[in-house]
Design a protein around this ligand. Structure first.
Ligand SMILES: Cc1cc2nc3c(=O)[nH]c(=O)nc-3n(C[C@H](O)[C@H](O)[C@H](O)COP(=O)(O)OP(=O)(O)OC[C@H]3O[C@@H](n4cnc5c(N)ncnc54)[C@H](O)[C@@H]3O)c2cc1C
Length: 506
């Protein structure tokens, strides 16, 4: 028993939605494309879950944030998929894959075969149990990866209003959830092992700015330690506020047997005991590669692809969080966990599948962003090398550059205008040579602005070599390539900024 399709997208998240739109724009026939997702809803803009979805007033709810509203494009509702003849197989988990036979086996026992497969399985939240702590099944312990998680988080948050939340983890999820909890009138303590928040991206100075703002909003930080265990109550959260050892053991045994229990306290490795009405866990993600281990080449924890997003099997492509792809700008393979990369890699894979002759290698400028309270930052490129801070850290606009091997490779900006974000994106893409970092520090944001304003001649076609004099042609050809590069960089920067602007809504 089974069905056959020309194209199958495995996974129904951000990348799947953007790939579907690209397929229809390039022209597919009805019943050629199938999307299989374990989630019960059509693809949606996942970043909305930690932002608009958690607002106390007028929160975002589906169908308002189905892809591709994050880039101000069509909103792909279930009706849209139906009208375009795309088979949406929802609430269906694929439990095994055979890339040699080109088949997927679903948990419902159906075999779905394909000619071309796009893997868009994204990632899952890391669980506390993977770090030796039990308690993920407690009623008031929340993760945040999908709509079900977000709905649960909202319910727990509403019942904890005026109470205490402990947020485990100081990354994206931790920071965005902490801000939402504060807005929902829950007292927040953040716990993480690093010396400062957003340790993978922020410098201590940048982190200090955000931590000070959070502190002013009442958030407490406990750094340099980790969660060691929970104290739990299996009888309901208000029945017993503290449990003795015996009750604790009974509660834990109950939870092992499937009886729900409630966390009452968070115990840290340094011995601190934090009373908690709820806990939010944001300790990282793990790409969903397991179906393909032993069948496809893996790298950097993801499925390795080439510049066309094609895996080690020519009929299989991988996109989004699960894909490890060559980032031309850095000259190395990276796996990114950001929405912009999911959207663009998905579109690129479809272009490479449908129009291979006209599709070059994916040339991507990494772009991350976040919004918390009234703040908003954007980052482009890579955060390696020497750090040069600029701007007014006691005000509202500041940033940093990263200079590696004499070139600007990364730029961060908080509180920028449209033109300023556009400028840092463009400057980063161009990787200008930095001779004097002290001068870069003095110039600050105006450096990126001046790079972005440098005159750029209109692109011209390369001269045709009539007499084959390659020496004569070297210069103009180089100049054209450079110009075209600048123009491409500028349009990529503008596009990236535009994406960023649109995503502010979500
Ligand atoms: C709460 C939250 C907030 C975020 N905010 C931001 C942000 O502000 N900025 C930013 O840049 N990025 C943000 N991100 C990251 C961004 O959402 C991801 O990078 C993006 O969703 C990746 O898209 P994807 O399609 O690769 O994976 P996903 O969107 O995760 O989709 C993967 C899909 O595959 C399904 N799936 C997996 N395995 C199977 C299987 N075996 N069978 C069937 N279906 C399967 C999953 O259920 C899921 O539907 C956020 C992420 C989260 C969770």
């Amino acid at each position: 028993m089974g069905r056959a399709f020309v194209y199958v997208i495995l996974g129904g998240g951000v990348a799947a939605g953007y790939a579907a739109l690209e397929f229809t724009r390039r022209g597919i026939s009805h019943r050629e494309l199938c999307i299989i997702s374990e989630e019960p809803v059509a693809p949606y803009e996942r970043p909305a879950l930690s932002k608009g979805f958690l607002l106390p007033e007028a929160p975002a709810r589906l169908p308002s944030f189905h892809t591709c509203v994050g880039t101000n494009e069509e909103r792909l509702t279930p009706k849209w998929y139906k009208e375009h003849g795309i088979e949406l197989v929802l609430a269906t988990r694929v439990k095994s894959a055979d890339v040699r036979r080109k088949t997927l086996l679903t948990a419902t026992g159906e075999t779905i075969s394909y000619k071309i497969l796009i893997i868009a399985t994204g990632a899952r939240s890391l669980q506390l149990e993977e770090f030796g702590v039990n308690g993920s099944n407690a009623e008031n312990v929340c993760y945040l990866r999908n709509v079900d998680d977000a709905t649960r988080l909202v319910n727990v948050m509403q019942s904890s209003s005026g109470g205490n939340a402990v947020v485990i983890g100081g990354g994206y999820i931790g920071m965005e959830c902490a801000a939402s909890l504060v807005i929902n009138k829950v007292n927040v303590t953040m716990v993480f092992p690093e010396a400062h928040c957003m340790a993978r991206l922020f410098t201590p100075k940048i982190a200090g700015y955000y931590e000070d703002l959070y502190k002013a909003k009442g958030v407490k930080f406990i750094k340099g330690t980790v969660l060691s265990s929970f104290e739990k109550d299996s009888n309901g959260k208000n029945f017993v506020t503290k449990v003795d050892n015996l009750q604790h053991k009974i509660a834990c045994a109950g939870s092992l047997l499937g009886v729900p229990c409630v966390v009452t306290d968070v115990v840290l490795r340094d011995g601190t005991n934090l009373p908690a009405d709820m806990v939010v866990v944001g300790i990282g993600i793990r790409p969903n590669t397991s179906l393909f281990e032993g069948q496809l080449t893996l790298e950097k924890g993801g499925i390795k692809v080439n510049g066309k997003m094609q895996t080690s099997n020519t009929s299989v492509y991988a996109v989004g969080d699960v894909a490890a792809f060559p980032v031309k700008l850095f000259g190395e393979t990276r796996r990114l966990e950001h929405v912009d990369s999911a959207r663009k890699s998905a579109r690129h894979a479809v272009a490479a599948i449908m129009d291979p002759g006209k599709t070059g290698d994916f040339d991507y400028l990494p772009f991350f962003y976040s919004r918390v309270f009234s703040l908003s930052w954007q980052f482009y490129g890579d955060n390696v090398g020497e750090i040069v801070h600029y701007g007014d850290f006691s005000g509202s606009t500041f940033g940093a550059y990263w200079v590696n091997k004499g070139q600007l490779v990364g730029s961060f900006l908080e509180g920028g205008t449209k033109e300023e974000y556009e400028a840092i994106a463009k400057a980063t893409k161009l990787k200008p040579v930095i001779k004097d970092v002290a001068d870069l520090e003095r110039q600050g944001l105006s450096f990126a602005i001046s790079v972005s304003r440098q005159p750029q001649p209109l692109p011209m076609p390369p001269p045709v070599p009539i007499h084959g004099d390659s020496l004569e042609l070297d210069k103009p050809l180089y100049a054209w390539n450079a110009t075209a590069g600048v123009v491409v960089a500028a349009s990529i920067a503008a596009f990236a900024y535009w994406y960023g602007r649109r995503r502010r809504v979500w």
